[in-house]
Ligand binder design. Sequence first.
Ligand SMILES: NC(=O)c1ccc[n+]([C@@H]2O[C@H](COP(=O)([O-])OP(=O)(O)OC[C@H]3O[C@@H](n4cnc5c(N)ncnc54)[C@H](O)[C@@H]3O)[C@@H](O)[C@H]2O)c1
Length: 304
Amino acid sequence: MDRLKGKSALVFGAGPNIGGTIAWFMAREGAHVLVCDINEAAAKETCEFIRQKGGMADQFTGDATNEAQVKSAVEQLVLLTGRIDIVMNMAGKVHWSSVLDMDIDQWREAVLSFPTAGLLTTQHAARRMIELGIEGSIIHLLSTTAHFGQSEAAAYATAKAGLLNLARSAAMDLAEYGIRVNTVTPCSVEHQLWTRMKSEAESGTFERVKARPQYSRDDYLKSIPLGRFPRASDIAWASVFLASDESSCITGVDIPVDGGLRHKYPTWRPGDISGVNIQDYVRKLRRLEYGEDKGPVFPEGDKP
Ligand SMILES: NC(=O)c1ccc[n+]([C@@H]2O[C@H](COP(=O)([O-])OP(=O)(O)OC[C@H]3O[C@@H](n4cnc5c(N)ncnc54)[C@H](O)[C@@H]3O)[C@@H](O)[C@H]2O)c1
């Protein structure tokens, strides 16, 4: 508690799920959060959740790739709180396609969206931080695919790799002002896999993912050294750390939140040794909303 007391935060892409959980964790640590999302209902839901828990939050509907709207989000936070200390950005458009079938309009939309949101949120927040004499913290959310080639994901991988190097370069540009820029990299997050994991565990066949047939969820799980997928709360804790003064000498780095996936020897399959089993995993799954335990994902008797 109070790790972000007195700070003001802007979270872009803050609908319920990862962004909403990050926004709530920041508010719980004492920050006043402006919850920004292109989808009004999504921003409203997160904002209301935080307020109902006693946190300080306001909502803003806007597109993080639109310069005028990003500027107004920054201004709204400064108007509301007199400051801007933290920016958390994860906005962008994902398109899945093989390079063979890539549609050029979808390519342009995906490849431009994440780094453009990255640039605008960094630029406008940093300009205001400098004017106000605030040594703020800016954090961008990546994906494991920012660091590797992934099939059917050329547009997304290019976009997130672009965002990674935008963040590193911004860290160098802004260091003289004491403004820090870092990134967080999750691999596939647990809640997005619930339904598919269940059907695969039930059938016992671990069907290949249609769009990316090179691996199944079972293979994925087996290749994670900690034997579990990250949760939104895991990403939120890393973000709170980077937003807080605890990381005041850290800039230009990326924190992987992936159970060790990215740093293991590629050919090692830890699951084969530890015996991690997707049926057991699915049985133990807990539903987390904004990091709160809401009970089993699949009720008793509904066993894989
Ligand atoms: N879910 C995963 O498994 C996973 C894994 C790795 C990385 N990520 C990254 O985490 C982030 C959040 O993912 P999620 O699963 O919570 O997705 P989500 O779709 O549930 O949430 C994304 C939110 O961003 C908003 N948004 C999209 N474009 C926007 C824009 N231009 N301006 C403002 N808001 C915008 C959406 O309305 C939505 O509320 C994304 O950057 C994603 O690439 C997700």
